[in-house]
Design a protein around this ligand. Structure first.
Ligand code: GCO
Ligand code: MG
Length: 412
């Protein structure tokens, strides 16, 4: 069970992905996702230059010890690059342990706590009509829970709208699968919080009138409000009974959420850009959020995210793991094994990957009637076709950014 080989594989089928592949002396392989959207090569360098030499010859069975060693021996801690690199090693070691035991990873984590994972998809539109069509398309694909994002009158391009004008003009491709634009410089989008705060409640009113009270609806504020603006939005959305309001503020300032909480009962989800339990210390202890948004891929792997979620469970806070297409099928599978096993699962974000991605990553997870299941193959259940991956070399990609009308750079 010594690690004999560690390869960092970069491929760009529908978008860029970074995968770590470990092989043991007795021929077992394990995969880990290290994709950090728009900053992929920083993680590639961290892994190849600094981590791979430390892995060769190590005992692949010692997952916790390897995690602590990589985290503590670097001296420099935390941050998305470090934690994505450690996550990839951790996932690959769980994959190997599962294969060695002949069991799916969720069995090693304590077994299934439920039959399947409720997942939500992303509906969006430039106007209500386009949005309703998108909701219907998602329902036709089986989604039972749906995120609602709408354009705002007067703003040309904003986050989360599939038919984003700037993106279509520049690349001719819809935004759904790849908001990071490959081969160019970052797209500039525009933002105005007051217009947004006026418009979004009217969208939710229209959606509730059209689709009724039952369907769980979510919304992503994508870090763009101040605490008092977030409080206003939470309050104005209360009549529409959101499953959650996500990333209402940038939230590096954990205390800011106290103010939001004082003013609204709309459930809050935060954390896709957090990467350790310490980013959650205060907001969990003070019960300032309801859902933890971290991905296995960006939070030090299964080992560390499980600790975050166990801590959250003491406060009735549930999981809402990040699952846009920038999480590779390997990272998605890891999320599903963890989500199936923990007690405090909430919901899983799920955007289908493109066909080319599905040809590179052979998956055994399933999508049935709105529920995901990681499958029962030993390990994580995802294999990488290295030859197919080799057909899609890395292409530099940048996420967009925002400017206000007066030219000020704003959170995107
Ligand atoms: C989400 C996220 C994504 C991020 C993306 C950035 O809720 O799924 O906000 O859409 O913008 O992961 O790379
Ligand atoms: Mg988000």
């Amino acid at each position: 069970m010594r690690i004999d080989k560690a390869e960092v594989i970069v491929t760009s089928p529908d978008r860029n992905f970074v995968t770590l592949k470990l092989t043991t002396a007795d021929g077992l392989t394990g995969l880990g996702d290290a994709t950090l959207n728009g900053r992929e090569m920083a993680v590639v360098a961290y892994l190849s230059e600094h981590v791979v030499p430390l892995l060769l010859g190590r005992d692949a069975r010692r997952i916790e010890d390897t995690w602590q060693f990589l985290y503590r021996s670097a001296y420099w801690r935390r941050g998305p690059v470090t934690m994505a690199a450690i996550a990839a090693v951790d996932m690959a070691l769980w994959d190997i342990k599962g294969k060695a035991a002949g069991m799916p990873v969720y069995e090693l984590l304590g077994g299934a706590s439920r039959n399947g994972l409720l997942a939500y998809g992303h509906a969006s539109g430039r106007d209500n009509e386009e949005l309703f069509d998108s909701v219907r398309e998602h329902q036709a694909q089986g989604y039972r829970a749906i995120r609602i994002q709408s354009a705002v009158p007067g703003l040309k391009s904003i986050y989360g709208i599939a038919s984003n004008a700037t993106y279509e003009e520049n690349s001719g491709v819809r935004y759904d699968h790849e908001p990071a634009q490959r081969g160019g410089l970052p797209n500039e989008e525009d933002w105005d919080t007051r217009s947004y705060l006026r418009h979004i409640p009217t969208v939710f009113e229209a959606v509730r009138n059209e689709f009724g009270p039952e369907v769980p609806l979510l919304h992503d504020g994508h870090h763009r409000m101040t605490p008092i603006q977030a409080a206003q939005l939470g309050k104005s959305l209360e009549p529409y009974d959101l499953f959650w309001l996500e990333d209402c503020t940038p939230a590096e300032n954990q205390e800011a959420l106290r103010l939001v909480r004082q003013h609204t009962t709309t459930p809050l989800a935060i954390g896709e850009i957090f990467n350790t339990v310490w980013d959650y210390q205060q907001i969990v202890r003070e019960q300032l959020i309801d859902y933890v948004r971290s991905a296995v891929t960006h939070t030090g792997g299964i080992t560390h995210l499980k600790k975050v979620l166990d801590y959250a469970s003491q406060y009735q806070i549930k999981s809402g793991m990040h699952g846009p297409t920038d999480i590779s099928p390997v990272g998605m599978a890891a999320a599903m094994h963890l989500g199936l096993s923990i007690h405090n699962f909430g919901i899983q974000e799920y955007m289908k990957h493109g066909e080319k991605t599905d040809a590179v990553f052979e998956q055994s997870y399933t999508w049935n009637d709105g529920f995901l299941h990681p499958g029962d193959k030993p390990g994580l259940g995802v294999e990488l076709d290295v030859d197919e991956a080799g057909n899609y070399p890395y292409i530099r990609a940048y996420l967009p950014y925002n400017r206000l009308a007066d030219g000020t750079v704003h959170d995107w």
